[in-house]
Design a protein around this ligand. Structure first.
Ligand code: IVH
Length: 673
């Protein structure tokens, strides 16, 4: 005898969990907290464990996967799964509509549904009496593989239909991995030292091919339904658009981008609009599918061989193409980082011709195992820099050799060293290296550094190549005649550049320090150093201990500073810059009460009205105070602005003094000059 109260509770929980599942995964509108859902699921799991006689493969508890299969069984589709013809241009689309009109003997525009063509895996799902009974891959269109166990784990696929469902229903759709899930999954795989998937489509395919459905359950898969294969004993929709609306009422997820359009022109407008948004969609699509909307017209039109006459796919330009990798070269950045770049036989991909692709670092080169002469798959999606996603190993030529990091810099031939055990390699040439010099000079002239207007990247590169610039100080001895010889430089632009260079002489210590391009000394660190030490001499002669006492300076930055100033070339360049007239106002600490707040530690919280927290921090530091991020018993005072949060509570608990913005201003006024 079944246990009546348990049986009804199990039924109730299953019913409620199906509902919540639909709200959460299909409609994206959960109405209970996740914790409550989990609690209900745990209760169901525990009741089911006590009552194995009530097992139901469609219970919400079965989403976690089921016992491992030996192999997939082959199943026959009730109705064959067809493929689609393609059009690639607007003209071909117009011709497609014309052909249909001729067949139908009418010249009125045809009503189509326009649907995004998802790049995933086509599947068919069979339901009987509202229960999920089977899922199959497309296979050869007549027979596919039974992947029911895996499909059951996909949360947005209903295991029980809702509303007024037909007795028997077979629907088709696309299972895919949304982009966010794909990126997260790959990041996790890399952290675990596993091989990432090449693209979301492969990720979806690989996930569905698992014989262990508990693995599939952990993959972020989703599904949009796009057609009915078979429908018996129930409502009969009259059009594709109605069919999709009906499927939605049964609990299926339907792509919200689907529209009805009249005539080829409207279809093409939709194609263009969606293509423009292609990179903002949370999943990958490779085109648009147009389907004659009216089912009676579909029937009249019928099929040719394995594709319907009443539908076609309009493909977007491919985002992945194959090409030959001509060579792996190495580029040198500002701080000497040597990075591999792939030189490619030009290939049209993602709407542009690509002849270079980034390889990031040597780890990436090793992971892909790319070799010169290889056939590679290049991917360019949206505005992202082209990437190599895969080597076509079957096409590798005999004798293709592994790429090795260069022993010497390709630009200056100085030694290249590996950074600890990181994947990064670095040229040791410093400013001897023309590549580093170019980057360093670009940084020196940039807006947040010396701010030399009109001194663009191209101009700097030319000047370095022409031997006009060996170091930043050469900028300040440039003559009109030097510049007039350069490409596209008339007397007007020369005058502008020279006056911008002249104007840049007046700067601040923080900007100057930042402009020097010391590794890992960004703007904030440069400003903090300037405020703490007041003069360049004080910074240059500071020892490790003094540097480490500065907020935001850790051992790495301290070491970089020490090395930079110990280098004779750097000292010469600084000297030359100052001799050329680069100057700034020293921050005279003594005059302003010096290190009046030395030994005190402040914490800032909330919003200040009269200044940013960063400004407050710099002013406190200029007076020798430390500014820390968290309150402790060692904190001198917490400065609390508007909307102060948990730090205020903590300060009060520890009995730390709390100052208002007004009190801060008074404090600063007392010691600042
Ligand atoms: S309809 C008879 N609609 O594209 C019509 N297919 O060759 C058959 N696809 O792999 C397909 N999105 O899975 C249709 N909205 C959509 C689609 C779609 C993607 C895939 C389909 C198959 C290929 C068609």
């Amino acid at each position: 005898m079944p246990d009546i109260p348990a049986a009804s509770r199990i039924a109730e929980l299953r019913e409620q969990l199906h509902q919540h599942n639909h709200l959460y995964y299909v409609l994206d509108t959960p109405d209970i907290p996740d914790a409550e859902y989990d609690r209900m699921l745990r209760e169901l799991q525990s009741l089911e464990a006590q009552h194995p006689e009530m097992f139901d493969p469609n219970s919400p508890s079965q989403r976690v996967g089921s016992p491992i299969l030996d192999k997939f069984t082959s199943v026959e589709h009730l109705v064959p799964m067809l493929s689609l013809d393609n059009v690639f241009t607007e003209d071909e689309l117009t011709a497609f509509e014309q052909r249909l009109q001729e067949r139908l003997g009418s010249d009125s525009p045809i009503v189509f549904t326009c649907e995004p063509k998802l790049d995933g895996i086509a599947v068919s799902l069979l339901y009987e009496q509202g229960n999920f009974v089977r899922a199959a891959t497309r296979g050869d269109g007549r027979r596919g593989e039974d992947i029911s166990a895996n499909v059951r784990t996909i949360a947005s696929i209903p295991l029980k239909l809702m509303g007024s469902y037909p007795q028997r229903l077979e629907i088709r759709g696309e299972i895919f991995m949304p982009l966010q899930g794909f990126y997260e999954f790959n990041a996790q795989a890399e952290r675990n030292g596993e091989k990432p998937f090449v693209n979301p489509r492969n990720a979806a395919a690989g996930s569905l091919r698992q014989l262990d459905s508990t693995l599939t359950a952990q993959r972020p898969l989703d599904m949009y339904c796009y057609s009915i294969g078979l429908i018996e004993g129930g409502e009969q929709p009259n059009s594709q658009f109605e069919a999709l609306a009906y499927l939605k009422t049964l609990g299926f997820k339907i792509n919200p981008e689907v529209v009805r359009a009249t005539g080829a022109e409207q279809c093409f407008a939709y194609y263009q609009a969606l293509q423009a948004r292609r990179d903002q969609l949370p999943y990958e699509i490779d085109g648009i599918v147009y389907k004659v909307d009216d089912f009676r017209l579909q029937q009249t039109l019928g099929f040719v061989s394995r594709a319907p006459r009443w539908a076609t796919a309009h493909k977007f330009p491919a985002q992945e193409e194959m090409t030959e990798l001509l060579a792996v070269e190495f580029q040198v950045g500002r701080t000497g980082a040597v990075t591999p770049v792939a030189r490619l036989a030009p290939v049209f991909v993602g709407g542009v011709t690509v002849s270079n692709a980034t390889l990031h670092n040597m780890d990436e080169v090793d992971r892909l195992d790319v070799r010169a002469g290889d056939t590679v798959v290049v991917r360019r999606a949206g505005d992202v820099i082209p990437q190599i996603v895969q080597v076509v190993k079957g096409k590798r030529k005999k004798g293709a050799r592994k790429v090795k990091p260069p022993a010497v810099c390709p630009v200056c031939e100085s030694a290249v060293v590996r950074e600890g055990d990181a994947a990064a390699y670095r040229c040791t040439g410093g400013l001897v290296c023309a590549a580093q010099r170019k980057q360093a000079l670009k940084h020196f002239a940039s807006r947040r550094a010396m701010d030399i207007d009109g001194l663009g990247d191209k101009l700097i590169e030319q000047m370095v190549d022409e031997g006009l610039l060996r170091s930043a100080s050469d900028l300040y001895t440039l003559q009109e005649a030097d510049l007039l010889n350069l490409d596209r430089m008339g007397s007007k632009s020369v005058a502008n550049v020279l006056s911008a260079i002249e104007a840049s002489k007046k700067t601040s210590l923080g900007r100057f320090l930042y402009a020097l391009g010391i590794r890992e000394v960004g703007e904030t660190t440069a400003n903090t150093l300037a405020a703490q030490f007041g003069t360049l001499d004080a910074i240059v002669s500071a020892d490790a201990e003094a540097l480490l006492a500065v907020d935001d300076v850790g051992p790495v930055v301290a070491q970089n500073l020490l090395e930079f100033f110990a280098n004779k070339d750097n000292a010469r360049v600084i000297q030359a810059l100052i001799e050329a007239g680069v100057h700034w106002q020293d921050i005279d600490l003594a005059d302003r009460g010096g290190q009046a707040l030395a030994g005190n530690t402040y914490v800032l919280t909330g919003t200040l009205e009269g200044m940013s927290r960063d400004q407050a921090k710099q002013r406190l530091q200029a007076l020798g105070a430390k500014v820390s991020g968290s309150v402790s018993s060692k904190t001198t005072a917490l400065i609390a602005g508007e909307k102060a949060g948990s730090k205020l509570g903590k300060a009060e608990k520890l009995g730390v003094t709390v100052l208002s913005e007004e009190q801060l201003l008074a404090l600063l006024a007392e010691y600042e000059g």
